[in-house]
Design a protein around this ligand. Structure first.
Ligand SMILES: Cc1ncc(COP(=O)(O)O)c(C=O)c1O
Length: 396
């Protein structure tokens, strides 16, 4: 059955971060007025989608509601593990032991906890930059030192500077690397060779790895995701984070998978977590992995077309923008430095001058000046309007 990704869905009155949370997140709650009413903004910021979740997921939640009792709940039934393992086997030719799986209210909360469990008080944590900012926040929160390794950027194609990464991993205080695979915001799907080198460098230097694979299902057609842990079956020092949240647009269910092969760390997790789950979230996640394949296939094609549209639009209207269609994610990482060399606060500039909400610049930790990140997981008509506004603001 064809799913409709062109539909514009009204999110008002749903407490959506996307519609109601932008002042706090993008502008730290500053009392700003804009020449646009809140409902006039084109929203291309936070990483959720403007598409309805799969009807199969919604149906499963309704069926669970019909059971009418919502008492204390946890994933006891092996069917959830079976659905997830079947998904990872089919899509990445990789599975993991059932005992290694724990669930979390999100990947971000898991990162905060794992930094604490894995690192001694004076340890350091390594990331590559630009980076999803919560990697830094999790490290800062626990007063660990952040060590960054800038990715190399050739005309929008990002690669790892392995000499630099290795030199930093050799610091014996570096005990953890939080690694984004595939990478937000560059959209790189790391090759097996790249992943092999990252893993070798970390493991040879006694560095734990958290491989955040939350974006792994949303690849351009023709790309393949390799879980980092798949390449290192002998180690128990790689923790893998995956979730149905991005893939099926259900971040609000707050239900993610954390695969912790190391028995001691898993024991710490289990001892410190009040490990209950939301009954609706379990139903939604299980149905997503069981029945969501066709929906994801159609979503990926829609996103591929949105990226082609974006590329063509930029080539025609903003030829000095540097952009490559990303190999993964629904996030476009665009260098607009040629148009706005002095601008520091890109979110504020585009909110005020274009009525577009987006993230950019130093929101991505380092190595990100002059870049904006555009969320293209929206109906094409919305994307087109957003791009028109962005190019008018830059060219006027
Ligand atoms: C790399 C990465 N990790 C984690 C998250 C958020 O995870 P969660 O909603 O499960 O806390 C995001 C959201 O954008 C992300 O891009």
């Amino acid at each position: 059955m064809p799913y409709n990704f062109d539909e514009i869905i009204d999110r008002t009155g749903t407490n959506a971060m996307n519609t109601d949370g932008f002042r706090d997140y993008l502008f730290q709650g500053a009392d700003l007025t804009f020449p646009y009413a809140d409902d006039e903004f084109i929203r291309m910021w936070v990483a959720d989608m403007e598409f309805a979740s799969p009807p199969e997921v919604i149906q499963a939640v309704k069926a669970r509601l019909d059971k009418r009792i919502f008492g204390y709940t946890k994933v006891f039934d092996p069917k959830y593990y079976e659905a997830l393992a079947h998904w990872t086997q089919k899509h990445y030719d990789w599975t993991f032991q059932k005992e290694h799986l724990v669930t979390s209210n999100g990947i971000v909360p898991a990162l905060y906890d794992l930094v604490d469990y894995l690192c001694q008080p004076d340890d350091k944590v390594l990331i590559v930059t630009p980076s999803y900012a919560f990697f830094k926040h999790a490290v800062d929160y626990h007063h660990r030192e952040l060590v960054t390794s800038d990715l190399a950027n050739q005309a929008g194609y990002y690669t790892i500077n392995f000499d630099d990464l290795e030199a930093k991993a050799k610091d014996e205080k570096v005990s953890l690397c939080i690694f984004c695979n595939p990478h937000n915001p560059s959209g790189r799907v790391w090759t097996r060779e790249e992943l092999q080198r990252v893993g070798d460098i970390c493991l040879e230097n006694n560095v734990w790895v958290i491989s955040d694979e939350i974006h792994c299902d949303l690849l351009r057609n023709g790309e393949t995701h390799t879980p980092l842990a798949k390449l290192f079956p002998e180690t128990d020092r790689i923790i893998t984070c995956m979730a149905p949240s991005k893939t099926f647009n259900m971040a609000g269910f707050m239900f993610s998978n954390v695969i912790i092969p190391n028995e001691q760390i898993r024991a710490v997790w289990q001892a410190r977590h009040y490990a209950l789950d939301n009954p609706l979230s379990i139903a939604a996640a299980q149905a997503a992995y069981q029945y969501g394949d066709e929906w994801v296939a159609q979503l990926k094609s829609y996103l591929d077309d949105n990226f082609a549209f974006l590329k063509e639009y930029l080539d025609r209207h903003l030829p000095q923008a540097i952009f490559r269609i990303p190999e993964a994610t629904y996030l476009a990482w665009v260098d607009i430095g040629a148009y706005l060399p002095e601008e520091q606060n890109l979110s504020l500039f585009f909110a005020q001058n274009a009525g577009v909400l987006l993230e950019g610049g130093n929101m991505f930790v380092a190595n990100s000046d002059g870049h904006i990140r555009l969320n293209v997981a929206c109906p094409r008509s919305v994307l087109e309007e957003g791009l028109k506004r962005i190019s008018h603001a830059l060219l006027r």
